[in-house]
Structures are given as C-alpha cells and as structure tokens.
Design a protein. Structure first.
Length: 312
C-alpha cells in the first residue's frame, strides 16, 4: 500500500513550498491546502504529484476534506504579517485562530495525531530586551497576530491532553530565503530590502534601524520541520527556532551592501505600532531536541545565496 500523504497547510507559501520541495525530493506524498492569498501555485513543484486543495482553513468542511487520509500535518497556513493583523484583526483571526481550531477538530475526527505548528516569537512581545528569550519567558502578545498564535498553542495543548493529538509547537523567529514574496509592504524585511537593493530602489526603515531580529535561513528551518514529523515521541512545550544571534536592521543593510557591492538610499520613518524592539532566541531546547544543519547558514552566506552572488 502506498504511503499516506503529509498535509502541508499554507504549502504554496514561502516556508511551505520550501518544505514541500524537500518532502517531494525525499519521496513523501504531499497534499497542500492553501487559499493562494499570498502563496502561489507556481511555488509548487511541477509534475511532482503534489495534490493542491485550493481552499480556506477557516472553512471547517474544507479542512475536514484535506485532513482525511493524511499521515501527519504541518500547519503553516496563516496571515504571516504582524502588520496585516494590526490593520485587519477580524480577517486575520479567521485564518490564524479559527483555522487552527478547525484543524484540531478535523484531526480529532479523522484520528490523525501528529501536527507541526508554526507559532511565532511574536508571542513574547517586548520581553528579553538585550537578552535571549527562552520558552518560559512570560508571554506578552502585542498584536492580534501574536494573540492568535498564542491562543493556537493553547488549543493545540488542549487537544493533546483531551484527544491525544501530538502537536510539535515551534516558535519561529525571523525566517528568510528564496520565495519570500517581496511584493507587499507586509512582506518579510529581508525580502523587501534585498529586492529593492537589487533594483536600486530606495529602502524604508521603520524606526531608527537599531531594532534587532534573529534571522534563520529557510533551508535550515526545513531540516528541523522534517525531524519534527518523524520524531518518535513528542515532548510537551513549545520550542524556539532561531540561531540566537541578533542582527539590527542597520547591520542587515550593511551586510546587503557588502554582498551586492552597492546600496540604494535609505529613508528612516516612524516605527510601526506594535513593532517589537529586540528579538533573539535562546535556542537551547531546540538544540537538545533537534539538530540544526552543520554548519548553519550565517546571515552573510544566506544573503549571498538569496542574492545569487557567488561565494555562497
Ligand atoms: P506566507 O504568507 O508565504 O505563507 C502562508 C501561506 O498560507 C500562503 O501560501 C497563504 O496563501 C496561505 N494562507 C493564508 N491564509 C490562509 C487561509 N485562510 N487558508 C488557507 N491558506 C492560507 O508566509 P510564511 O512566511 O511562509 O509563513 C508560514 C507560517 O509561518 C505562518 O503561519 C507564519 O505565521 C509562520 N511564521 C513565519 C515566520 C517568518 O519569519 N516568515 C516567523 C514566525 C512564524
Ligand atoms: C516576522 C514575520 C512574522 C513572525 C515574526 C517572528 C513576516 C512578514 N513576518 O515579523 O510572521 O511571526 O517575524 O519573529 O514574515 N521593516 C522595515 N522596513 C520594511 C519592512 C520591515 O523597517 O520595509 C522593519 C519592521 O518594522 C520590523 C522589522 O523590519 O521592525 C522586521 O519586520 P518583518 O520582517 O515584518 O518581521 P516581524 O514583524 O519581526
């Protein structure tokens, strides 16, 4: 009998499609549930037998159909932009919390247990100024996005205790790499800055550029997600996924300039409301439970790869 598929919700998006590529390359059947709001059909490998269900995680019936017959789920479908959630809390909530709850229910009904969930460093808010944040740091969600991620974690834990679900909850820090869509102001900062730098267009920094983020290359994240799918046991508690290295936006711009050999003009505007000032993972739990690739991709190597500059 052929292996049953792994469902990747949000599989046509940035992280999802990078994961799907590797799953397919390793011979796993894959099903994708995606409403193509930010994801693209063209992100999915051609002729690889990936089944795409074009639909919304906010629709319980669609989620039931997607989960049916699956071996495990990686739940990535969500509005990924913190700023979009500030501008449209209700719309975001449908995808980011109702979607998770629909998935939990559908998995319970279908008897599918393993789910890998993309939570976020955003749940910590502005904790850990200048220091790394471990998983027990108090949670201070500043935005609807962060509130929905934290609530999703709690629902997954309820279904674990009550219904035997096996959630592996990751709090991703800032992920970057190929297929992160640069086309919207809501996109991830590295995709916007690298795209504009390549085109010679001015770059806008919100704030003074001294805010920091812990950037992780998507290929390294995918290796961790694969381990989580296969791990024989599931340990309780969320796991930070980051390199434990803080880079300010000003340092990021310097690095892009060094890699490209040029940098367009940079404007500084008012900081965004709800923006987190500093974010750096304590990743000890990650390193205890999972393996990061050896060597991990440092920011300059990752930028060079993304920008297609030799030396990567
Ligand atoms: P993305 O926007 O590229 O991917 C999200 C995918 O989900 C897209 O393909 C989109 O079309 C789909 N989607 C959105 N709403 C949906 C809905 N209601 N129903 C079905 N599909 C829907 O973003 P990404 O960066 O690949 O993010 C993937 C996941 O990782 C998200 O849950 C995001 O919150 C989380 N995350 C991302 C980062 C990061 O730095 N990129 C960090 C922390 C957490
Ligand atoms: C990102 C992710 C979010 C994730 C979180 C975890 C995206 C779009 N967002 O949010 O899903 O949960 O990390 O840490 O992937 N900025 C500029 N100029 C720009 C764009 C952004 O200065 O043109 C600034 C922002 O104001 C912010 C920083 O860059 O200070 C990072 O922004 P962004 O890439 O949107 O990431 P987060 O908000 O950290």
């Amino acid at each position: 009998m052929s292996e049953s598929p792994i469902l990747v919700t949000g599989g046509a998006g940035f992280i999802g499609s990078n994961l799907v590529d590797v799953l397919v390359a390793r011979g796993h059947p894959v099903r994708v549930l995606d409403n193509l709001s930010t994801g693209k059909r063209s992100n999915l490998p051609v002729d690889a037998g990936v089944e795409l269900i074009e639909g919304d995680v906010a629709d319980a019936q669609t989620v039931r159909r997607a989960v049916q017959g699956c071996r495990a789920v990686v739940h990535l479908a969500a509005v990924a932009s913190v700023q979009a959630s500030v501008d449209d809390p209700l719309g975001t909530h449908q995808s980011n919390l109702v979607g998770t709850l629909n998935l939990c229910e559908a998995m319970r009904e279908a008897g599918v247990c393993r789910v890998v969930f993309a939570s976020s460093a955003a749940v910590y808010g502005n904790n850990g100024e200048g220091q790394s944040i471990d998983e027990d740091t108090s949670k201070a969600p500043l935005t609807p996005y962060a509130a929905d991620k934290l609530a999703s974690e709690h629902y997954l834990d309820f279904y674990r205790r009550q219904h035997g679900l096996e959630p592996v909850v990751f709090r991703f820090f800032n992920i970057y790499g190929p297929r992160q869509d640069p086309s919207s102001p809501y996109s991830g900062v590295i995709s916007i800055f690298t795209e504009r730098a390549q085109q010679g267009l001015p770059i806008t920094v919100f704030g003074d550029g001294e805010q920091t983020r812990d950037f992780l290359y998507v290929g390294d994240l995918v290796e961790v997600l694969l381990q989580a799918l296969e791990h024989p046991t599931v340990e309780v508690g969320a796991v930070n996924v980051g390199l434990s290295h803080a880079t300010s936006l000003n340092e990021l711009l310097t690095a892009i300039g060094d890699v490209l050999g040029k940098l367009p003009p940079v404007n500084y505007q008012q900081a965004r409301g709800g923006d987190i000032r500093h974010s750096r993972a304590n990743n000890e739990r990650l390193l205890q439970r999972f393996r990061l690739p050896e060597p991990v991709t440092d920011i300059r190597t990752g930028l060079a790869r993304l920008l297609g500059v030799s030396g990567s």
